[in-house]
Design a protein around this ligand. Structure first.
Ligand code: B12
Length: 267
C-alpha cells in the first residue's frame, strides 16, 4: 500500500496514506436494517445494494469489508498549525489523495475478490449510490462511517467524525461481497465511546479547532460546515494551489491538532 504508485505524494516526498486498518461485518447484521431509522429510510442494506446491482435474490449471506486509510503524518502535521484554512499539503492531498487515489481502492478490492471467484461491489461507485439532503443535513444512502461502525472499526464523536484506533484523520472505503468472512466484534455498545467529550466529558478540542464555530457542545452544524468546506472560497483556494475546484480545500481542522487525530484517545 505505501508503495502503490497512486499513493505517492511527490510534492511532499511522502505518501498520502499509511497502512490501512480493515474491519468486517456480516452482510446480514441487523444493524444495517436499523440504519434505516438511525440514518434515513433511504439508507441501503448490503442485500439491497447487491439486489439492485446483480438482480433480486442474488445473494445470501456475505460480508461487508470496511477499510480505514490513515492520512500520513507529514500531511496531518502541516494542518495542525492552521487556524482558518487548511495547509497547502492538506489541500493537495484532498484533491489527489482523496478524490483520485481513494477512488481506486474499492475497484482494486473488487478485482481481487472477483479473481478469487466471488462477486463484489463498491457501493460508492454503484449505480444505486446517491446523496441527498435529509432532515438532519447532507446525507448518502451508504454512509461509510456507519459501515465502519458496523465493522467494529471505532465510533462517532462530537463533531460527527469517526474515531478509529488510528484516529479520526482517516478516510473510508467499503466493499460488499458474497465471500463469507468472519465478522469483527464491535468493542463498545456506545456509538460515541471513543470520543473524550462523551466518554469523560474532558475534551473540547474540536470545538476550538473549527474555524467557523460549526462545532459546539450540542454537536456539528452540517450546513455551516458544508457551506465552508464546499463554498466558493474553498474551491478558489484549492485551484490556487493546483487542486480541483470540485474537491475544494477540504478543511480537516477538526481532525488535526486534536487528541483523536491519530489514535483512539480513550484506550
Ligand atoms: C454528506 C457528507 C458530508 C456532509 C455531512 C457530514 C455528516 N455528518 O453526515 C458535510 C458536507 C458537512 C461533510 C463534511 C466533511 N466531510 Co464528509 N461526507 C459526507 C458523505 C458523502 C455522506 C455522509 C453521510 O451519509 N452521513 C449520514 C449522517 C446520518 O451521518 P451523521 O449525521 O454523521 O450520523 C450521526 C447519527 O447517525 C448518529 N447516531 C445516532 N444514533 C446512532 C446509533 C448508532 C448505533 C450509530 C452507529 C450512530 C448513531 O451518529 C452520527 C454522529 O453524530 C461521506 C461519504 C459517505 N458515503 O459516507 C463523507 C465523509 C463522512 N466525509 C468525510 C470527511 C473527511 C469530511 C470533511 C473533513 C471534509 C473533507 N472531505 O475533507 C468534513 C468534516 C465534517 C465532520 N466533522 O465530520 C469522511 C469522514 C472521515 C471521518 N474520519 O469521519 C467521509 C466518510 C468520506 C470518506 N470516504 O472517508 N461531509
Amino acid at each position: 500500500m505505501l508503495n502503490a504508485p497512486g499513493n505517492q505524494f511527490r510534492e511532499m516526498d511522502g505518501h498520502f496514506y499509511d497502512e490501512p486498518i480493515v474491519g468486517i461485518a456480516s452482510a446480514d447484521d441487523p444493524l444495517f436494517t436499523d440504519y434505516k431509522t438511525i440514518v434515513d429510510n433511504r439508507h441501503l442494506t448490503p442485500k439491497e445494494v447487491f439486489d439492485l446491482e446483480f438482480g433480486n435474490g442474488s445473494v445470501h449471506g456475505g460480508s461487508v469489508i470496511s477499510v480505514a486509510l490513515p492520512v500520513s503524518e507529514k500531511i496531518r502535521k502541516s494542518n495542525r498549525r492552521q487556524k482558518d484554512w487548511p495547509s497547502k499539503e492538506w489541500i493537495l492531498y484532498r484533491s489527489f489523495g482523496d478524490e483520485v487515489f481513494l477512488e481506486t481502492i474499492g475497484p482494486y478490492m473488487e478485482k481481487l475478490i472477483t479473481e478469487m471467484g466471488y462477486r463484489a461491489i463498491t457501493p460508492h461507485h454503484a449505480k444505486c449510490y446517491a446523496t441527498f439532503v435529509a432532515p438532519t443535513g447532507p446525507c448518502s444512502n451508504w454512509s461509510e462511517r456507519h459501515i465502519a461502525y458496523a465493522a467494529g472499526l471505532g465510533t462517532f464523536s462530537l463533531n460527527d467524525g469517526f474515531i478509529t484506533e488510528k484516529g479520526m484523520a482517516v478516510r473510508f472505503v467499503s466493499v460488499i461481497t458474497d465471500l463469507i468472512l468472519e465478522a469483527d466484534c464491535r468493542r463498545t455498545k456506545d456509538y460515541r465511546a471513543n470520543c473524550l467529550f462523551y466518554s469523560l466529558g474532558s475534551c473540547s478540542a474540536c470545538i476550538k479547532r473549527c474555524p467557523i464555530g460549526a462545532i459546539t457542545e450540542a454537536g456539528h452544524d452540517k450546513l455551516a460546515c458544508y457551506a465552508y468546506v464546499y463554498g466558493e472560497a474553498s474551491s478558489q483556494l484549492a485551484v490556487s494551489h493546483g487542486g480541483f475546484a470540485k474537491a475544494g480545500a477540504g478543511c480537516g481542522l477538526c481532525q488535526t491538532g486534536t487528541p483523536c487525530e491519530y489514535k483512539n484517545p480513550v484506550t
